[in-house]
Design a protein around this ligand. Structure first.
Ligand code: AMP
Length: 340
């Protein structure tokens, strides 16, 4: 069971988390015009558009008919998160007259592409954006929701305005203790160990693993930190860094039956100290407090990872908290994670 926010949905009640039961009032798409295609995948096509009533730039995410019940879940999550810090705002939901295509209209972010951005970020930039990402996660987790697909493509950064927004809530799910969830979520390079070994009783802490992967990529100046070619290789890449002994201890602690010839292939790998990844090119980013934070986020055992709030209270974010108008130390809890 999650260490925190385990009963949030039980307390808030069914009207908060039952997404199949609510009625959606669809608007007409006439108000919006498409400007250009931004991207797309299995479930959606995403376009930049304009709201002809107020001339604002918007994003239109057209959900493909295959999206099925996921549509209601995504809308419910986005509505519940209205006003959440650093989360994309849902502006409207529209349906075309044939009722075949349903679209979400959200605010637009003038995103800087990750492949060019990650190698340009300064130390203060990384602290600033990580704090924003963790603020978003602390809010959504404290409201009973796991995002389940945190990765650079879903974290929009407007570098000019220094603003970050988490997008794509299509895989987000309400957390209930003791429920088995699908492990086929997330994107390979950001999948937590629990997903890779098929452990279904995961919780919010899977988002902290993905955040740790993004953080490691930023401080070590790599496009992706763990870069597996398939799920098994992904686990192998993680074991080579965290060590096989810790992996075995994790499987034992959770009684996870894991059969694979991976370990025969792999042999016995000791944990690699984080300092081994420090190079002359990244040493100004991979500072001791950054290494301490990455070490806490990238743990096999989900309960050893800090919550978003605990991570935000650590020393790594001291200057960001001060800039944000809070007194240094104010957010510190007695969580034991204060030295991150
Ligand atoms: P998605 O299918 O939601 O991951 O969106 C596909 C792509 O569209 C993303 O990787 C972004 O490049 C872009 N995109 C989605 N939402 C926004 C947004 N609100 N603002 C700017 N670009 C977006």
């Amino acid at each position: 069971m999650s260490r925190v926010y385990a009963d949030v949905n039980a307390v808030r009640g069914k009207s908060w988390y039952e997404y199949n039961k609510f009625r959606i009032e669809w608007s007409s798409p006439d108000r919006y015009e498409i400007v250009r295609r931004l991207g797309g995948g299995k479930y959606s096509e995403v376009f930049e558009g304009v709201d002809t009533v107020n001339s604002e730039r918007i994003v239109i995410k057209v959900l493909k008919p295959v999206a099925g019940h996921k549509i209601k879940r995504e809308i419910k999550v986005l509505r519940n998160l209205a006003g959440a810090p650093n989360c994309i705002a849902l502006l409207d939901v529209v349906r075309d007259p044939s009722r075949l295509y349903h679209s979400l209209v959200t605010e637009f972010v003038d995103n800087s592409d990750w492949s060019s951005l990650h190698s340009r970020l300064t130390d203060p930039d990384i602290r600033h954006y990580m704090f924003q990402l963790l603020s978003a996660l602390d809010f959504v987790h404290s409201h009973g929701i796991m995002h389940r697909d945190i990765k650079p493509a879903n974290v929009m950064i407007d570098h000019q305005r220094r603003e970050l927004r988490v997008i794509d809530w299509g895989l987000a799910e309400f957390y209930h203790p003791g429920v088995d969830y699908h492990t086929r979520v997330g994107s390979r390079q950001y999948k937590s160990p629990e997903l890779l070994v098929g452990y279904k009783r995961y919780d919010y802490s899977l988002d902290l693993w993905s955040t740790g992967c993004m953080f490691a990529a930023m401080i070590f100046r790599k496009q992706h930190f763990f870069r597996g070619s398939d799920n098994e290789d992904q686990l192998l890449k993680i074991m080579r860094v965290l060590g096989t002994e810790k992996f075995d201890a994790y499987l034992r602690a959770y009684s996870i039956p894991f059969e694979s010839d991976l370990e025969d292939l792999l042999g016995n790998y000791p944990p690699r100290p984080w300092t081994r990844f420090v190079t002359p090119e990244n040493q100004h980013l991979a500072t001791p407090d950054a290494l301490a934070l990455v070490d806490r986020l990238l743990r096999f055992d989900p309960r050893e990872r800090p919550t978003a709030a605990e991570a935000m209270a650590g020393t790594y974010f001291g200057t960001v908290r001060v800039e944000g108008g809070r007194k240094e130390g104010e957010a510190l809890s007695d969580s034991g994670f204060a030295s991150m």
